[in-house]
Design a protein around this ligand. Structure first.
Ligand code: AMP
Ligand code: ZN
Length: 444
């Protein structure tokens, strides 16, 4: 079965052949660790995990390298650390370290609970600063970058094919990048490879003074360090095409005699919540962490995979409920499967640019053996206790049931209110009526 993947670089679906079938190499831009990740951030984690599993299935688990970095040098991190430090007399670098460690630990737990395998390597920016400095020197020596007032900038005019991934006209790029027009830049589009740090900002010694790398050079350097000049697949969300991935290409090709950085560029579409763009100000900002308090990770994973990864996706409560119902039904029967098998239909769907909605449709028609095998390939574990253990504490459902019971009591329909109480009790939920209203606890 041949694998076909949509390549953003060519805007078409192409047959995928790795450079070296004994070492298929994939890189996905990882989280910037200063806050809880939201459910949109879970999309690339899940989508590229499915691709990782499919590649392992095709080429053998030991022949696939998946790298997802940790962005622990970033101005949003620095700003948050200064805030956290407040008036305390502690080194802001200590606060940065504590913040990124803590945030990353939560991220690790959250993505593991969503059924994702750990990537082969998870390099940190802070551990690759010497490599970044070396790459920046190479770019300066090649005449592709210049130093100005403690900054080092990439000279976009020197890279003739700059813009080949995003294919945008220059003026649109300038608007899209919200580039700073700074006096030390030759052109507005030139982007930062290195910038100076003041005493309250993390910094490293460099030939250009104490400073820190720009975001784009972090990924270029970590890819080179972990996997060499050219990799097979580079992934991330669609918002990263420009400027982040465009700039990664400019840097890596510039430092590597024009050798391509990645042969396939893959981008997941954006996720909205209940029809609206997620934002802290709208109050619909949903973290993976809080969803996992109420929903089994497998349900969240399944809900994510019901949409094709390139399509925009609407994340809804109704969708999560449907996902839970389907998965519960499947787990009930698939638990008993003794000889799981991967069906042709499922494999064909996944091999066609990771068509997970079609793969799920195939599972609806599959034999029991194929259902079990398909679920496992997609990263679900019907044997796990995960679904069952959360069953008792679906807070959303419980709140609804309490509301319905209160309405029944108000209407003096005690038969109905008792029925609701007993139904919850049968699920292990004990209601308690008190002066503050009705509360509940899980009875074990
Ligand atoms: P960030 O930590 O903001 O750099 O994002 C980490 C990853 O999540 C990147 O690959 C982003 O493209 C992706 N991402 C961020 N927001 C969304 C969203 N709403 N829907 C889908 N992917 C997203
Ligand atoms: Zn990146």
């Amino acid at each position: 079965m041949s694998l076909r993947l949509y390549n953003t670089l060519t805007r078409s679906k192409e047959a995928f052949e790795p450079l070296d079938p004994n070492n298929v190499r994939m890189y996905v831009c990882g989280p910037t660790v200063y806050d809880y990740a939201h459910i949109g951030n879970a999309r690339p984690a899940i989508v590229f995990d499915v691709l990782f599993r499919l590649l392992r299935h095709i080429y053998g688990p030991e022949h696939v390298t998946y790298v997802r970095n940790i962005t622990d040098i970033d101005d949003k991190i620095n700003a948050r650390a200064l805030e956290l430090r407040g008036e305390r007399n502690v080194d802001v670098l200590e606060v940065v370290r504590e913040l990124t460690e803590r945030t990353y630990a939560v991220y690790q737990q959250d993505v593991a609970a969503l059924g994702n395998l750990p990537p082969t390597f998870m390099p940190r920016a802070t551990e690759h600063v010497p490599q970044m400095i070396a790459m920046i020197r190479t770019l300066i020596d090649a005449g592709l970058a210049y130093e100005a007032e403690g900054h080092v900038l990439f000279d976009v005019a020197k890279k003739a094919d700059y813009g080949k991934l995003s294919r945008r006209p220059l003026d649109e790029m300038i608007a899209g990048a919200r580039v700073d027009v700074a006096p030390y830049k030759r052109e507005a589009m030139d982007f930062v490879l290195w910038k100076p740090s003041d005493s309250t900002t993390p910094g490293w010694e460099s030939p250009w003074g104490r400073g820190r790398p720009g975001w784009h050079i972090e990924c270029s350097s970590m890819i080179e360090a972990a996997m060499g000049e050219t990799i097979d697949i580079h992934g991330g969300g669609i918002d990263l095409v420009f400027p982040h991935h465009e700039n990664e290409i400019a840097q890596s090709e510039g430092a590597h005699h024009g050798h391509p950085l990645a042969r396939f560029w893959m981008h997941n579409g954006f996720l909205n919540v209940e029809g609206e763009k997620m934002s802290k100000s709208l109050g619909n900002f949903v973290t993976i962490h809080e969803l996992l308090e109420d929903w089994p990770g497998d349900v969240l994973r399944f809900n994510m995979l019901r949409a094709h990864y390139r399509q925009p996706m609407d994340w809804t409560l109704a969708g999560m409920k449907e996902s839970w119902a389907t998965l519960e039904r499947w787990y009930d029967v698939a638990e008993a499967v003794s000889a799981p098998r991967i069906g042709e239909g499922l494999l064909a769907a996944l091999s066609d640019d990771l068509n997970t909605p079609l793969a799920i449709a195939e599972l609806h028609k599959a034999s029991l053996q194929e259902l079990g095998g398909g679920l496992m390939l997609l990263g679900f574990n019907p044997m796990s206790e995960r679904l069952a253990s959360k069953k008792a504490v679906n807070k959303v459902e419980i709140a609804r049931a309490i509301e319905a019971r209160n309405a029944a009591r108000k209407a003096k329909n005690f038969k109905e209110s008792d029925r609701i109480r007993d139904e919850l009790l049968a699920q292990g939920i004990q209601l308690k009526d008190g002066p503050e209203g009705t509360t509940w606890e899980v009875k074990r």
